[in-house]
Design a protein around this ligand. Structure first.
Ligand SMILES: NC(=O)c1ccc[n+]([C@@H]2O[C@H](COP(=O)([O-])OP(=O)(O)OC[C@H]3O[C@@H](n4cnc5c(N)ncnc54)[C@H](OP(=O)(O)O)[C@@H]3O)[C@@H](O)[C@H]2O)c1
Length: 349
């Protein structure tokens, strides 16, 4: 193959399976070349990656016996390029539904250019009919936004005036859920690990209240911020928080199990002790996987774009620049270093 058909390609490769919390040394930057020729008869597309999402679930894919949390992903084995959600531009296409120059969001890889041979299953075409930034498809108009929307509307079964608690309230999913709950006339409290995030929730995002869960005793905090109990808990963290919240739930309360980030990197998950609350309080606990709600995406995207344009929805984007910084950006989310949805800019359009 002639050199003219090859492009230099920087890639982020998993060096060894993760043990505990992801570390920068678990990954390495590799420079290689990618062919720009469409393999004969292939429906593949060559993508120029623009924005990558730092999503907590990715750690599950990089363990020897990880959870196959997204079957479309498969596992990421040592020596292979990390995969995850992102936004990209199509620069070569053997798939008639996608043309060169069009934009997509979906599953791509942590590298400059990626061949995607399953565009129908893994990519969604972006119809640019508005002035919302393209990077938003790595967050609010992508997987995180849809998760917040279906988690809130389909799983929480909310009613006006209910008392709602959102953990990881200043994160990509959490800061949207809190605003969706406010739009419905609920009383909303969020929690986060820093006072800066707590201030953001109260001042910019319209939460009724917020607290720093790292300061002081959790049970007293929940007693202080929920004197009338909790009707809906949108759980992004699991573990001790979930256990304590059980005791504060009101009768007929609902818990949406969105994520359990406090457990993702532990050798053994912590147990939940206060399960009798399920019976005593007649609670419903329901998990969900955003992938099961793909058909809701068009409805959600139209709604969210409108809310953004009307300035009724605030999206906080935590932007890190450069593919070489994606690993530290990703590792940082497990230490609470992001505010809002953390994304990495690989290239400008
Ligand atoms: N079910 C689904 O389909 C679905 C889809 C998307 C995401 N999720 C889940 O939703 C949750 C939020 O995802 P996201 O993308 O929006 O991430 P995120 O909230 O933007 O980022 C992660 C945040 O989690 C908190 N955190 C990190 N380690 C923690 C620990 N040990 N204990 C407690 N909190 C910790 C930190 O915020 P603090 O400052 O609050 O500590 C951190 O900023 C995750 O659990 C994710 O797996 C589920």
């Amino acid at each position: 193959m002639g050199e003219e058909n090859l492009l230099p390609n920087k890639q982020i490769v998993l060096k060894n399976y993760l043990q505990g919390c992801p570390k920068e040394t678990d990954f390495e930057l590799r420079t290689t070349k990618v062919s720009t020729e469409i393999p004969h008869g292939s429906k593949g597309v060559l993508l120029k990656n623009l924005y990558l999402a730092c999503d907590p679930y990715i750690c599950h894919l990089m363990r020897p016996r990880g959870l196959s949390i997204l079957s479309s992903h498969g596992f990421i084995v040592p020596g292979s390029v990390v995969r995850g959600y992102g936004v990209a531009k199509v620069i070569k296409s053997g798939y008639e539904e996608l043309k060169e120059g069009e934009y997509v969001w979906g599953i791509t890889s942590w590298e400059d250019f990626s061949w995607n041979f399953y565009p129908q299953q893994l990519l969604i075409k972006i119809n640019i009919t508005h002035d919302v930034p393209l990077s938003y498809y790595a967050g609010i108009l992508g997987m995180s936004g849809l998760a917040a929307y279906v988690g809130w509307n389909e799983i929480c079964c909310p009613k006006q005036g209910e008392i709602v608690y959102v953990s990881s309230g200043a994160g990509g999913v959490g800061h949207l859920v809190g605003q969706f709950a406010k739009m419905m006339g609920c009383y909303v409290v969020g929690s986060a690990s820093t006072n800066q995030k707590v201030d953001l929730l109260k001042t910019e995002l319209g939460f009724d209240d917020a607290f720093n869960y790292k300061q002081g005793d959790l049970r007293s905090k929940l007693n202080k911020y929920f004197p009338k109990g909790i009707d809906i808990y949108f759980d992004n963290v699991g573990g001790e928080m979930l256990d304590e919240v059980m005791l504060k739930m009101n009768i007929n309360g609902r818990i949406a199990a969105s994520g359990m980030i406090s457990q993702y990197n532990l050798k053994e998950p912590q147990g939940i002790h206060n399960l009798f609350s399920l019976i005593e309080k007649r609670l419903s606990v329901r998990g969900f996987m955003v992938l099961d709600y793909k058909e809701k995406y068009p409805e959600y995207a139209e709604w969210a774009v409108k809310k953004l344009q009307e300035k009724k929805l605030v999206y906080v984007e935590d932007v890190i620049t450069g593919l070489e910084n994606v690993v530290s950006a990703f590792v940082g989310i497990y230490h609470g270093l992001n505010i809002g949805k953390r994304i990495v800019v690989v290239a400008e359009e």
